[in-house]
Design a protein around this ligand. Structure first.
Ligand code: HEC
Ligand code: HEC
Length: 442
């Protein structure tokens, strides 16, 4: 213990000396500690947060009108043997396409039954039972008095929540705000009665299925039914990575291309993608060149008799703002390298010219060529630009589907190397590694 104490004192002295030395030198101040600003603190209302949490997890905004009446998700889930169609959605199938189960919603006998194998995870009726417990994250069943499932819908949690796998892979406690990187939205769209969706794109269901079944996990295309763009010019399927819904404190431009602020986008996705019953109006969508399908379908101005989305937006906003980006475990990065990386980030590499302040973002939109990427996704939005994304908690994406809006870079090293080339930063390979360690520490 004594030795340790001496060491600490010595270290303190050494650091103090370093500081004194640096102060004397006007030109150069080596950074001696990681100095990551705390997230911006917002004045939130606890009651609203609680209300917003319920909405985020369980509110379908009446989107059964789409998922049940049109897409027949309920019948597809039940399967032919239970009065629906197809093979049904067993828990094992559900887990294989990335749906998650909330272990905390399961009574002990269900937990035991899953553990000892007496509950059949290959039976669609088990999924229905899980739905009756509100245990399938982001999917909501409606039941009549006799316990029959009569409708199904989806909630925000489908794409923006996952679980911690504490019970089994795909089964655990909810982690709201985390992107569900396993969720195969395309597989769900391929599983339902999707003729109406294929019709909007003027293709047959076979073609539609061949597209959505190839999207892959953690991806979605929120603008597809507005502009009809199925592929990028390079032939790849046109999707974006599902982003987290946490860590948005201080971010004013939501979405990769800055469609608008949080509540604008919540209404957009709630009405236009989830099929929620709500008002939505944005004259920017009334543009036949850019959004031919939006114009054809008249969805740039939707007004319903009872708006089930609008009244929820305020509390939904509070809940999203309460979701902080996760902090990395200090054992997952090399602190000394991260400190060197911090200096590069703020200096030589000039990253902080855009990724600045507590949000690590300038809230400014950038031309695609400014950051050295193509304009395809940018041009699918009214802004025709990309917004600077927040970087806090970026370490989580190491287990996701890549970086940038479409996951084009699969590692942070690739991102840094892209910037090194694009901005001619002349970073040595060690400097690039240091920068990566810093990013992992955010
Ligand atoms: C089917 C999957 C899906 C559902 C359901 C969904 N989202 Fe999203 N969400 C996405 C995708 C994909 C994006 C990225 C769109 C983009 O940036 O172009 C996104 C973007 C966002 C963003 C912007 C994040 C950022 O970094 O700017 C927020 C906030 C958000 N969603 C919240 C919600 C809320 C709240 C709901 C429920 C009303 C919801 N989402 C429902 C897939 C989904
Ligand atoms: C001119 C402004 C600008 C500069 C300078 C800049 N970035 Fe970015 N950064 C962006 C934009 C815009 C995006 C979004 C690109 C996209 O989504 O396709 C981005 C994306 C990223 C991402 C991916 C985030 C994610 O969620 O996938 C990382 C990591 C990143 N930048 C790190 C850096 C580093 C490190 C530097 C310095 C070497 C840097 N950036 C310099 C604007 C900038």
């Amino acid at each position: 213990m004594k030795i340790l104490k001496i060491n600490h004192t010595f270290l303190f002295l050494a650091i103090s000396l370093l500081f004194i030395q640096c102060k004397d030198d006007d030109n150069y101040t080596p950074e001696v500690a990681l100095n990551i600003p705390d997230p911006i603190e917002l004045n939130l209302n606890e009651a609203k947060i609680a209300e917003g949490k319920e909405t985020f997890r369980f509110d379908t905004f009446g989107d059964e009108a789409l998922w049940t009446d049109v897409l027949k998700l309920d019948k597809a889930t039940l399967g032919e043997t239970n009065g629906g169609f197809g093979s049904g959605l067993s828990p094992n199938t559900a887990l294989s396409i990335g749906l998650k189960v909330d272990a905390e919603a399961l009574p002990q006998e269900v937990v035991d039954g899953i553990s000892n194998g007496s509950i059949d995870l290959n039976d669609p009726l088990t999924t229905v039972a899980l739905l009756s417990l509100d245990a399938v994250v982001g999917v909501k069943g409606t039941f009549d008095n006799d316990g029959n499932m009569i409708a199904m819908g989806i909630t925000c949690a489908l794409c923006h929540s996952t679980v911690d796998d504490s019970f089994a892979p795909g089964i655990g406690s909810r982690k709201d705000g985390w992107a569900n990187t396993d969720l195969n939205v395309g597989a769900i769209l391929g599983f339902v009665d999707n003729i109406a969706l294929a019709d909007i794109l003027s293709v047959d269901t076979k073609t539609f299925n061949s597209v959505v079944n190839n999207w892959g996990p953690g991806r979605f295309a929120p603008v597809l039914l507005l502009d009809g763009k199925v592929t990028k010019p390079n032939g790849e399927l046109a999707t974006v990575i599902i982003p987290p819904a946490y860590g948005l404190q201080g971010i004013t431009h939501e979405t990769y291309t800055g469609w608008g602020e949080v509540s604008y986008w919540n209404r957009f996705i709630g009405v236009l993608d989830m099929g929620g019953q709500g008002n939505f109006s944005d004259p920017r969508l009334n543009d036949p060149d850019k959004f031919p399908l939006a114009v054809e379908r008249g969805v740039y101005d939707i007004s319903v008799s009872e708006d089930l989305v609008g009244p929820k937006l305020e509390s939904l906003f509070e809940y999203q703002m309460s979701l902080l980006a996760p902090k990395p475990d200090p054992s997952t990065y090399d602190e000394a390298a991260a400190i060197r990386g911090q200096e590069l980030f703020n200096g030589k590499a000039n990253c902080a010219s855009c990724h600045l302040g507590a949000a690590f973002a300038d809230n400014v939109l950038h031309e695609p060529e400014e950051i050295g990427i193509d304009d395809f996704e940018a041009n699918r939005s009214p802004t025709e630009m990309y917004r600077t994304p927040p970087l806090r908690g970026i370490f989580v994406k190491a287990e996701g589907n890549g970086y940038f809006h479409d996951g084009r870079f699969s590692t942070l090293n690739e991102v840094v190397s892209h910037y090194d080339n694009h901005f001619s930063l002349n970073l040595s390979s060690n400097e690039q590694l240091d920068l990566v360690e810093y990013l992992k520490a955010l």
